[in-house]
Design a protein around this ligand. Structure first.
Ligand code: WTA
Length: 689
């Protein structure tokens, strides 16, 4: 590939190049870690041909209490050859909290450097946290957790908004060798309970209340409901191992000074279990010796939707994750010490774990930690924050870009965005229109748009451009990161060469890949390794073009992606069928201008039940309560019958086409009752419920 730049940094397509490519690196990256595509290819070659040496070099930057003596990587990806496992630098001892904090403070002299500019939901709330302060706060929290009896290997559930205490708690767990299980604070009490139970957490850390935009949420009430639910399960199962002994409650910054607001909501309180964060930290030492743990000890569990409905607890271990998030952060954002980096994700998702906490801190970076939402108190909030902190590297989701596009250029023109150098996206395929708006309007055609493809399971970026090196094609996540070896397979598991479309898989592990599904090896193997023995299966479809660029085409399992968040159709269906009026439900995705995809639900009611607005509202509420507001259906259609094969399998393809109003349905001969399709078409929802 040899793209040629014109004066606007756009590459003019030649006869062989139907897509326009973009390469806006001229003059912007004089000191880039990877200055051009040839340099990328050379490093990539080394990473795949000499992985031991490659990763040994990366590992050298970190602190090891006990260095590696055995093999760098051991693994099996082939279910026919025994259990699936991945081990990276097993036997070496370290501590990730030490590496991301103490090493910066004591070895790199970054104690006075800002680790986070915390920016609250309200622009009036902000705080600057240096590496020194972060280390001290993390140590206090670590000591406090120890006082509560938390030890190495114990699981701690964290259900907090985007406040500094969230970072303190996760790093405190890492410091003492405990395993954090962070549950996004938008999940319902039922989802929280399910996750606490699955991971058998015995401590929960939450907050009293939180404002999201102008909406006040009583987080503690949701947490208390989750614990109440848990107690009921325990009393039935008589398993005390499921018990949460202590619930630590942070008094949110917004309510410390504003007594009016704090009085609005009652914080439910259980004297035997609940304890205020401030009381717990009172008088606790701000020094804490790290627990020296094995490379392959677990670092965290993070739940992600599964196609069977029950979420999977994705397990990541310490060293592989540390090296991989650190290295990807450095290269993918072309990180330099004077950068101010901002990732708008929530730490409750993997993007926040890897690219707000661990990756940036491992590099000694300064980040913005943002609690709010993009359009509160005004639609220019993100641009205002970029100007305020002179953000140079900005990482967000296509859904946020599409939302902000709706307000046009004017809100951006009020702010100085000249500090920006690199723009990243993650979470779902970015449509070229949003890509171009991001590039033209936000980046003013100066900044490369880095479309990073990855998953909770991959730990870090796996397909991604590098800012100065990779010519960009809007909508393509471009090329593999160092050490990552993608392949495309057809339905029969045959590997496709050159230009091709099929299943995206990986043929070898990289250090950051998941190590398992918590407590369920069988599910780990069947979800990711059984379909195509010898490969990790992403569940995404993918096309490779003639230049070797990868284009993600979306999920090919029963998952859908709403605003960058994966949801399982089965989980939503289970929520709908819990309603006493519903006999059966089938959920499919339908394209949505801002969210990317939204939920379109078909429900078949029990005999003599009436489909009306009240029922629709009840169904929506049911889904919100069971899963959380992100899963709220946009469309609910009354379906007297569902299109099924003679063996009773629902043909989702047909339902998807009805939802999208695609009339050309192809072969329906396998349907038990093809007439049902006509009926569903005639009653399809045009407008959102
Ligand atoms: C989708 C988020 C296209 C994909 C880090 C993947 C993407 C799922 C991209 C993982 C991208 C993520 N282009 N699709 N750049 N990034 N996806 O686990 O379907 O929340 O499998 O991890 O999001 O979502 P998860």
């Amino acid at each position: 590939m040899s793209p040629v730049s014109d004066s606007t940094n756009r590459v003019v397509p030649g006869p062989q190049e139907p897509e326009k490519t973009y390469h806006p690196s001229d003059g912007l990256f004089t000191d880039a870690h990877v200055p051009d595509f040839d340099a990328y290819l050379a490093i990539y070659k080394k990473s795949t041909e000499e992985p031991e040496e490659f990763w040994a070099d990366v590992a050298q930057e970190f602190y090891w209490k006990k260095p590696r003596s055995g093999q760098m990587l051991q693994y099996n990806f082939d279910v026919n050859k025994g259990n699936i496992y991945i081990k990276f630098m097993e036997g070496a001892k370290t501590n990730i909290c030490y590496n991301v904090l103490d090493r910066n403070v004591h070895e790199r002299n970054l104690g006075e450097k800002v680790a986070y500019y915390w920016e609250g939901n309200s622009p009036n709330h902000h705080q600057t946290i240096t590496y020194n302060q972060l280390l001290r706060n993390v140590c206090r929290c670590a000591n406090a957790l120890k006082l509560l009896g938390v030890k190495k290997g114990d699981r701690v559930a964290i259900y907090l908004p985007m406040i500094p205490e969230l970072v303190y708690t996760m790093l405190a767990c890492a410091r003492i060798g405990a395993v954090h299980s962070i549950v996004f604070a938008g999940f319902s009490s039922e989802s929280l309970c399910e996750r606490i139970m699955d991971a058998q957490c015995n401590i929960l850390v939450t907050a009293d209340s939180v404002y999201r935009g102008d909406k006040l949420i009583n987080l503690k009430k949701i947490a208390s409901e989750a614990l109440e639910r848990l107690r009921i399960v325990i009393s039935v199962s008589l398993s005390m191992a499921l018990c949460v002994q202590k619930c630590v409650v942070v008094k949110h910054h917004a309510f410390r000074t504003n007594s009016d607001a704090s009085n609005k909501l009652q914080t439910p309180w259980d004297e035997s279990c609940d304890i205020w964060w401030d009381d717990l930290m009172d008088g606790v030492s701000d020094e804490c010796e790290p627990e020296w743990v094995d490379s392959e000890d677990p670092l965290f569990i993070l739940y992600t939707s599964g196609s069977t409905g029950k979420p999977k607890g994705v397990v990541h271990t310490i060293t592989g994750y540390m090296l991989y998030t650190s290295l990807t952060f450095k290269y993918v954002f072309d990180y330099h010490h004077d950068d101010v980096y901002w990732c708008t994700a929530d730490i409750g998702w993997i993007t926040g774990h890897s690219y707000i906490t661990y990756g940036p801190l491992a590099n000694g970076a300064t980040s913005v930690l943002f609690e709010g939402v993009p359009v509160y108190p005004h639609v220019g909030r993100l641009w205002e924050i970029i100007e305020k902190y002179a953000v140079s590297k900005f990482y967000t989701a296509p859904t946020a870009i599409r939302l902000l596009m709706k307000y046009g250029k004017e809100p951006l023109q009020r702010y100085d965005l000249s500090s920006l150098r690199v723009l990243g996206t993650v979470g779902e395929p970015i449509n070229p229109e949003a890509w171009l708006w991001y590039y033209d309007v936000v980046g003013q055609q100066r900044c490369p748009v880095i479309d990073t493809f990855w998953q909770t399971e991959t730990g870090g970026h796996v397909l991604t451009p590098l800012p100065a090196a990779t010519p960009l094609k809007p909508g393509s996540a471009t090329c593999p990161f160092f050490g990552v070896q993608p392949a495309i397979l057809n339905e029969h598991g045959e590997e496709l060469e050159g230009e091709a479309e099929g299943y995206l898989v990986f043929r070898k592990p990289w250090p950051g890949i998941m190590r398992g599904v918590y407590g369920n090896q069988e599910r780990f193997e069947s979800t990711y390794f059984r379909k195509f023995p010898g490969f990790y299966v992403t569940g995404d479809g993918c096309r490779r073009d003639k230049d070797g660029y990868y284009w993600i085409t979306g999920r090919i399992d029963d998952m859908l992606n709403v605003s960058g968040h994966l949801l399982s159709t089965a989980e939503v269906e289970a929520a709908l069928t819990e309603h006493p009026s519903v006999a059966e439900a089938a959920v499919v995705s339908r394209p949505h201008a801002v969210k990317g995809e939204c939920l379109y639900c078909f429900v078949t009611l029990k005999d003599h039940k009436e489909f009306n607005r009240t029922l629709m509202e009840e169904l929506k509420r049911k889904v919100r309560e069971k899963i959380g507001p992100i899963a709220t259906p946009d469309f609910i259609q009354n379906a007297p019958g569902l299109p099924k094969t003679r063996s009773g399998k629902i043909m989702r393809r047909v339902l998807r086409q009805i939802a999208r109003n695609e009339k050309d349905l192809g072969d329906l001969s396998t349907l038990a009752d093809p007439k049902v399709v006509e009926v569903l078409f005639s009653q399809r929802c045009e407008a959102a419920a």
